[in-house]
Design a protein around this ligand. Structure first.
Ligand code: NAP
Length: 309
């Protein structure tokens, strides 16, 4: 039986791995389908302390993994299909294999929120994307009009990044002011290649029949008027959804699916701890996720020590 299993290999999971590995607990880290987590899709991370010139998100995650492995963490590519966390031991099914553990650290992060349109799903990877840094440089987006939807930091960051490639970037937001931090909002709105389109919602991505994005049908939410905006790419940046579906009904969560810890990082299930974006909808930064990963590791270590007393 494992002492510690960590679900997720983003900042929270890998920091928990460094700490539990250094405590000689030989943690098993299950990477999920996106090893390294969401940060691997960011280009330069400018606000992680210790890197005055910034660091590539992918490289930062590789370094964290190396650091955890150096102390004995085992990082395995694997997606958890089922979890029974209310009994002792905690039981997981990972790619068809059964894994039992005394403690579990849930650091499963969050995925991109979708608009929920049928046309969006049909045109995913055919011009609809959720990551400008991953896809922005593709030939189909070069010197073409592009649309970013959203009003937060992600949308501003994506729009600003896309000005390197697109002929013009439309920033479509459902309200008439951005939610983004001041610095990000100002950077986006002062960019001559970014044109904000306020009070508008994307109703349809065109053209499913053609099999590629040719434009979006927008609705002005104030007067109801519909217009078509030509573009070859739709970049959806409307926030995230926590990856916690596996634990629904077993541990306490809020209505949006964020895990609600009981004390520190301890969840409502014994021996189950939580860290990072799957429990934090307030800060959601790489450094706060890492901090919570450290806290979860310490809580798990203390819990294991209490069992042997
Ligand atoms: P967010 O702050 O939650 O913003 C989501 C945006 O999408 C909001 O403007 C929201 O509109 C809009 N939205 C939500 N659902 C929508 C829907 N169904 N249709 C249309 N629009 C919808 O998410 P985020 O921008 O991904 O940022 C998440 C966290 O990461 C934040 O804490 C942010 O500071 C951080 N972050 C930081 C950086 C950085 O510092 N470099 C970069 C990216 C993200 P409303 O405003 O009307 O609610």
């Amino acid at each position: 039986m494992e002492k510690v299993v960590i679900i997720g290999s983003g900042c929270a999971g890998l920091t928990a791995a460094v700490y539990t590995a250094r405590a000689n607990l030989k943690p098993l880290v299950l990477t999920g389908t996106m090893p390294g987590g969401l940060l691997t899709t960011t280009s330069i991370v400018e606000n992680y302390p210790g890197f005055p010139d910034g660091i590539d998100g992918f490289e930062l995650m590789q370094r964290m993994q190396k650091q955890a492995e150096r102390f004995g963490a085992r990082v395995e590519f694997g997606a958890v299909e089922a979890a029974e966390v209310l009994g002792v031991p905690i039981k997981l099914t990972v790619d068809g294999k059964s894994v039992e553990t005394q403690t579990l650290i849930i650091a499963s992060g969050a995925g991109h929120r979708h608009l929920g349109l049928e046309s969006e799903t049909k045109l995913e990877n055919k011009g609809v994307t959720y990551c400008a840094t991953c896809d922005g440089a593709l030939p189909m987006f070069r010197d073409q009009p592009l649309v970013v939807v959203g009003g937060g930091d992600s949308a501003c960051e994506e729009a600003t990044y896309l000005t390197r490639f697109g002929s013009i970037v439309y920033l479509v937001h459902r309200r008439d002011e951005l939610r983004a931090s001041k610095i990000m909002a100002e950077r986006a709105l002062s960019n001559p290649k970014i044109k904000p389109i306020w009070d508008s919602a994307v109703m349809e991505v065109m053209d499913v029949d053609v099999g590629e994005v040719t434009g979006v049908r927008l609705k002005n939410l104030r007067d109801g008027e519909e217009t078509v905006l030509n573009c070859t790419g739709l970049f959806v940046a409307i926030g995230h959804v926590p990856n916690t579906q596996l634990f629904q009904g077993q541990i306490d969560m809020d209505d949006a699916g964020y895990v609600l810890p009981k004390k520190g990082t301890q969840t409502s299930a014994e021996g189950v701890f939580v860290a990072g974006d799957c429990s934090d909808h307030v800060y959601r930064q790489a450094v706060t996720a890492a901090g919570l990963g450290c806290a979860a590791a310490i809580d798990a270590e203390r819990y294991l020590a209490s069992l042997s007393q």
